[in-house]
Design a protein around this ligand. Structure first.
Ligand code: SF4
Ligand code: SF4
Length: 159
């Protein structure tokens, strides 16, 4: 498209634009699991240079970690991992039609690896009505929820 300013995460994203569907973008009143109206699906962002702060702060684990398996690219495995800034907590976002993708390798293996490393994983499906809090050994739910309560509203109000 001529008006396309940039692909979402440049070359490494390929034709994946899944973050522009799965994430919530409060500045655009975009809820979880809805395509952003600025997204050219499978191509990129039409407003990349002026995209909102939430898009700028967003950290896609696939994009950041260069040593991950190619199969873990979000549009291939159906799960997009996001690291919450300043925490050892990861969101695993899935669309409702792919709600079982987190039970299948290599995603399942990746989740187990994160838990073994001491990280917390929150699985959010669709609009967030289905969610699962996965805890590493030694962490209690109360402890984690207290920590997350101060963080999550900034990312995903109502989750
Ligand atoms: S989900 Fe990750 S890999 Fe896919 S377009 Fe967004 S930043 Fe790129
Ligand atoms: S503004 Fe651009 S980067 Fe942000 S969600 Fe929409 S299409 Fe994606």
């Amino acid at each position: 498209m001529e008006d396309l300013e940039f692909v979402v995460g440049e070359g490494r994203c390929g034709s994946c634009t899944l973050c522009c569907r799965l994430t919530a973008i409060p500045e655009l009143q975009k809820p979880l699991n809805t395509w952003c109206h600025c997204c050219e699906i499978n191509k990129g962002c039409r407003v990349y240079k002026t995209r909102p702060q939430s898009c700028r702060k967003f950290e896609c684990v696939w994009y950041k970690k260069r040593d991950l398996l190619p199969e873990l690219r979000p549009d291939r495995c159906g799960v997009m991992f996001e690291k919450l800034f300043g925490t050892n907590t990861y969101l695993a976002l899935l669309s409702s039609e792919n709600s079982r993708a987190w039970h299948v390798p290599p995603v399942k293996t990746a989740i187990l690896g994160l838990l073994e490393s001491g990280a917390v994983v929150i699985v959010l499906i669709g609009t967030g009505t289905e969610k699962h809090l996965l805890l590493p050994i030694g962490k209690t739910e109360e402890e984690v929820i207290e920590e997350l309560n101060s963080i999550l509203p900034n990312y995903y109000p109502g989750v």
